[in-house]
Design a protein around this ligand. Structure first.
Ligand code: SAH
Length: 213
């Protein structure tokens, strides 16, 4: 679990790449500059940790591309102390970015293997989600609702109603919607019954699957 000057230098370059690609949120860039992404990946891929690409992790899943993580986090507009729900814990990298920014984080993963691995790993780096849950993100987390923000890190074929219902008024759901290609979609809750919808271009994610595994 080493973080060397070489890794730090590579991270600095990655941050420059992300700002060139249009990421402007300073907190997001700072978090990515700080978090040792190579430690979230299987050792064989360490050399690739700081290029702006997605990579395979356990259980046929991927660690999202840094640009995607940055863009989704920027769209979520997280403030320190915000109560955030993440669907798709995966490697825990997106979770670390949210925690680094000061979110109070609840995160759900449906693959038991990944859930167990990440639950042990994140605290080793000092990242402590309020709760890490093995469960099905389609139903959200009613017991802890409402949330200031909900972020879905897998491609959703449709927008699950429970996620909209579990937002505070003023809260945001950031969710890639679609089957083969996803449109990054943001829902802002205006009132109990009204939502404003915005779209932010095409992305590609592994699918949001039903039930636990
Ligand atoms: N945020 C992760 C991205 C992992 S890829 C990271 O930074 O590494 C998407 C993750 O969503 C996978 O780990 C996958 O197992 C998980 N997933 C898919 N469907 C899910 C569901 N219904 N509920 C919770 N997690 C789900």
């Amino acid at each position: 679990m080493k973080d060397t000057f070489t890794h730090q230098g590579m991270r600095k370059k990655l941050v420059e790449t992300l700002s060139r690609k249009g990421i402007i949120d300073k907190n997001v860039l700072q978090a990515i500059g700080k978090i040792p992404r190579h430690l979230f990946m299987d050792s064989g891929f360490v050399d690739h940790a700081y290029v702006d690409k997605a990579f395979p992790i356990a259980a046929d899943q991927t660690i999202s591309q840094p640009y995607t993580v940055a863009r989704q986090t920027e769209l979520l507009e997280v403030k320190k102390g915000d109560k955030i729900l993440e669907i798709g814990t995966g490697s825990g990298y997106q979770a670390a970015v949210l925690l680094e920014i000061g979110a109070t984080l609840y995160t759900i993963e449906r693959q038991n293997e990944l859930f167990k691995k990440t639950k042990l790993f994140l605290p080793k780096l000092g990242y402590k989600p309020k709760r890490l849950i093995f469960g099905d993100g389609y139903i959200g987390l009613q017991s802890e609702a409402p949330f200031d923000g909900i972020i879905v890190t897998a491609g959703a074929p449709f927008v699950p109603n429970p996620l909209l219902a579990q937002l505070k008024v003023g809260g945001k759901l950031v969710i890639p919607v679609g089957e083969n290609v996803q449109i990054m979609t943001v829902f802002l809750r205006k009132s109990d019954t009204e939502f404003e919808k915005e779209e932010y271009g095409e992305f590609r994610f592994v699918p949001l699957l039903e039930d636990k595994n």
